[in-house]
Design a protein around this ligand. Structure first.
Ligand code: AMP
Ligand code: ZN
Length: 465
């Protein structure tokens, strides 16, 4: 039985879809004002794992992901300018050009990481009428009020506010920063619609004059349009729990009076070198940055799969090197299984299958599922083990089928992992033009009794004679 952890109830619950065998799922997508960094991508890998798990369980999926191309202010609360407008000004492009540029790269990144694209991709700017009518409905039902700069949701009218994060209104008050907008009745009231000043590029006519939608109303309007008032799963990163998703719940449930989403699922954050990722620290790596340093996107995917989605994951290049080495070993061992013409007893295969399914069904314990694969590949070489790995790859998405066609270098099996890891580090150092580090690593490899030589197709390792 498939079980997912539900942020709303803070426990694992049995999962079955509301209607038949199609799961309706909404995932908060990117604000396309910048390249996605590896932290963002960890969250999209998590969403992809949900989709793969549902399919593995035999369900069909109607998935929606939004592309936020307007209305997401610099802070998730209502502070600052629209992120799209800021990026447009800084890069001397229109907000539409900014959106197009980063949306394109976003989908390229998903492809590189084998992240499936949801059935429906909904751009915020294509749904302004739906958002306006949603705000109008909230206004008609008495859940909003108007200030000089916008229409705000009146959270005092929604006593369940805070149900997802467990925060109550007093906590919200205590935690609120010095209020910039003194027309708001409560600091946690949030903008449904912002009135635009004439210089603001993206603006639309509305019953409240020219303006643009708030970020939270996007997700409510688009999920309602495509999935209805009640649906199965809503996913996002943990940072969305306290504001964005609380606000979505308030908007959704104010009108219906009923729980809108059955399972709220959240992916934990990625840290870099034990700390926050930030532009000023220069540690917001993109997939292309990793590629430039000699890693394949799937090394990063594999790195992510080794930690459960509800645990923080600390990114270091050492960790990524280890993942790269381990993935290369996996591919080589699978290559040998693929080449074997003996089989494995079906009871043994079924035992592995059962362990694998149990891990996946237990709130997507992918690290444990990988453990099952790593045990299975220790079996005597057999084509059935390769077949099993391909079955498991429905969850992992690591292109394990390609193991059959890789060309392993003859000496590879004899080189200890530790030495390959050093050689990988040296390759990365060279790509980063850190030649001093590269030389030091070569010396370390030599001292351990191995020789590294560079060839046009990459480095070669051999045992020193
Ligand atoms: P944004 O484009 O800023 O709305 O973020 C896109 C997605 O990435 C959201 O679902 C965030 O929750 C998620 N996210 C942002 N930073 C991180 C991080 N450091 N680790 C994991 N996910 C993140
Ligand atoms: Zn959202």
């Amino acid at each position: 039985m498939l079980r997912f952890y539900n942020t709303l109830t803070r426990k694992k619950e049995d999962f079955t879809p509301i209607d038949g065998d199609t799961v309706r799922m909404y995932s908060c997508g990117p604000t396309v004002y910048n390249y996605a960094h590896i932290g963002n991508l960890r969250t999209y890998i998590f969403m992809d794992l949900i989709r793969r798990t549902l399919r593995y369980e035999g369900y069909k999926i109607k998935g929606v992901m939004n592309i936020t191309d307007v209305g997401h202010l610099m802070a998730d609360s209502d502070d600052g300018e629209d992120k799209m407008a800021v990026a447009a000004r800084e890069q001397k492009l229109t907000p539409w050009e900014i959106a197009e540029k980063y949306t394109k790269v976003f989908f390229e990144d998903l492809k590189k990481l084998n992240i499936g694209v949801p059935e429906i991709i909904a751009k915020a700017t294509d749904h302004i009428p739906e958002m306006i009518s949603y705000v109008k409905a909230l206004e008609d039902a008495g859940f909003s009020y108007e200030t000089s700069d916008g229409i705000y949701f009146d959270i005092a009218r929604f006593p369940r506010y805070g149900c997802l994060s467990g925060a109550n209104l007093d906590d919200q008050l205590a935690g609120a920063r010095v209020e910039v907008n003194d027309e708001k009745r409560h600091p946690a009231d949030f903008a449904l619609w912002k009135k635009a000043d004439p210089r603001h590029i993206m603006q639309w006519d509305s019953p409240w004059g020219k303006g643009y939608p708030g970020w939270h109303i996007e997700c409510s309007a688009m999920s309602k349009k495509y999935l209805g008032d009640f649906f199965d799963i809503h996913s996002g990163g943990v940072d969305h729990i306290p504001i964005h998703h609380e606000n979505e719940i308030a908007q959704n449930e104010a009108l219906t009076g009923k729980q809108s989403v059955r399972f709220w699922m959240h992916g934990e954050f990625m840290l870099v070198d034990g700390g926050k990722m930030s532009k000023s620290l220069g540690n917001t790596y993109t997939v292309s940055d990793l590629e430039k340093r000699g890693y394949e996107p799937l090394d990063f995917r594999f790195f992510c799969l080794n930690t459960h989605y509800r645990k923080k994951l600390n990114f270091t290049f050492e960790g990524l090197n280890a993942a790269k080495t381990s993935r290369a070993r996996l591919m080589h061992l699978l290559h040998d299984h693929a080449a074997a013409d003996v089989g494995t007893a079906s009871e043994k295969l079924d035992k592995y299958r059962a362990e694998f399914r149990a891990a996946v069904e237990d709130d997507m314990n992918v690290p444990l599922a990988l453990g099952v694969l790593f045990t299975a590949i220790k079996e005597p070489k057999s084509r059935d083990i390769f077949g099993l790995a391909k079955e498991f790859d429905a969850i992992f998405g690591l292109d394990l089928d390609k193991a059959e066609n890789i060309v392993p270098s003859p000496s590879e099996e004899d080189i200890p992992e530790e030495i390959t890891a050093l050689a990988e580090k040296r390759k990365a150092a060279k790509l980063a033009r850190d030649y001093a580090a590269a030389d030091a690593l070569r010396a370390e490899i030599t001292a351990k009794g191995y020789i590294v030589t560079d060839t046009p197709s990459g480095y070669k390792l051999a045992k020193a004679k």
